[in-house]
Design a protein around this ligand. Structure first.
Ligand SMILES: [Mn+2]
Length: 309
């Protein structure tokens, strides 16, 4: 039987790691398939905290895909997000909650829903099939939902996420508020994090009209800790823009408690665009955007619309 390597995106976040681990259990129990969770990069402090809390080992780093192996992508499907060595012809499964951005050359299993997290989707598949979820997978999936939806408060949260989180916690039995506070504290920790890490750990390139645009995000309970390093971050972003030949680069410092964002604006091009699209006022190279926390829903589509004109 050919083995399936399950893997999330580069610059992995909690959702892309825990959904891969739980999907391994789903593949085995629901479909009798030999599958193994992997990761496509270094774990962030939040994900490390989640795995340590539940006594789960970090998945192996993905490298090459063997002849008798195929790939299941979780939490992404864009070519800019996949691990370097991937041949797209090897992908037989996609489980995701982002926009569909690929054309495949063969029929594959593809399940993409507008839901708050890939963890929600995997949980839903367990419940639909009446397949028992282990306590560990329930905890991991619950953490994935709470992380991606910012404790079910962010704009990507759906009613279904809330219901699924409730059902998972009948098995996981964690104290959600306490756990979320600790998880967000770990997410905000800058321990061992360089300026380069800050701008790349949650970073995405987009094709917007004819432009290549990079948007980095840092979610935190304590924006001041990042804003203190603003000048270094701006310099690193300017370098990234030049090195990667990008049309525009933005960086969001998201306050996950107050639910707002400081958008870092690195130069004149970005200033003109941001003022047009978001209408905020620029102060010290930052634009305050109340209520804005989601790159996927509140930043990328708006920029894409303007740049596609
Ligand atoms: Mn996700």
């Amino acid at each position: 039987m050919n083995r399936i390597l399950i893997v999330g995106h580069k610059n992995p976040d909690t959702d892309s790691i825990v959904s891969a681990i739980a999907a391994q259990e789903f593949f085995a129990k629901a479909w009798g398939k030999d599958a193994k969770a992997h990761r496509a990069g270094v774990l962030n402090n939040e994900t490390k905290f989640v795995l340590e809390s539940f006594g789960v080992e970090m998945p192996e780093m993905i490298s090459a895909v063997g002849d008798d192996e195929s790939v299941a992508l979780v939490d992404h499907n864009e070519t800019s997000q996949v691990f370097e060595a991937l041949d797209f012809g090897k992908v037989d499964f996609i489980f995701d909650h982002h926009k569909v951005a690929i054309v495949t050359e063969k029929p594959i299993f593809c399940r993409v829903e507008p839901i708050g997290s890939t963890s929600s989707l995997i949980a839903k598949m367990f419940f639909e099939k009446n397949v028992e979820i282990s306590e560990t997978s329930a905890k991991l999936l619950l953490a994935g939902i709470l992380s991606d939806t910012l404790n079910l408060l962010g704009p990507t949260t759906t009613e279904e996420d809330k219901i699924l989180a409730g059902k998972l916690n009948e098995i996981a039995k964690i104290e959600i508020e306490k756990f979320v506070a600790e998880m967000f504290k770990a997410k905000s920790s800058l321990e061992g994090i360089s300026v380069e890490d800050i701008i790349t750990l949650d970073y995405k390139d987009f094709e917007m009209g004819k432009h290549k645009v990079g948007v980095g995000t840092w979610e935190t309970t304590f924006p001041e800790s990042v804003n203190e390093k603003k000048d270094e971050i701006l310099a690193a972003l300017r370098k990234k823009k030049e090195d990667a030949g990008l049309g525009y680069v933005f960086f969001m410092v998201v306050d996950i408690i107050a639910q707002n964002c400081q958008l870092y604006v690195i130069g004149e091009d970005e200033k003109v665009l941001a003022e047009k699209v978001f209408g905020g006022k620029l102060e010290n190279d930052m634009m305050f955007l109340p209520g804005v926390v989601s790159r996927k829903k509140q930043i990328a589509p708006q920029l894409t619309e303007e740049l596609s004109k």
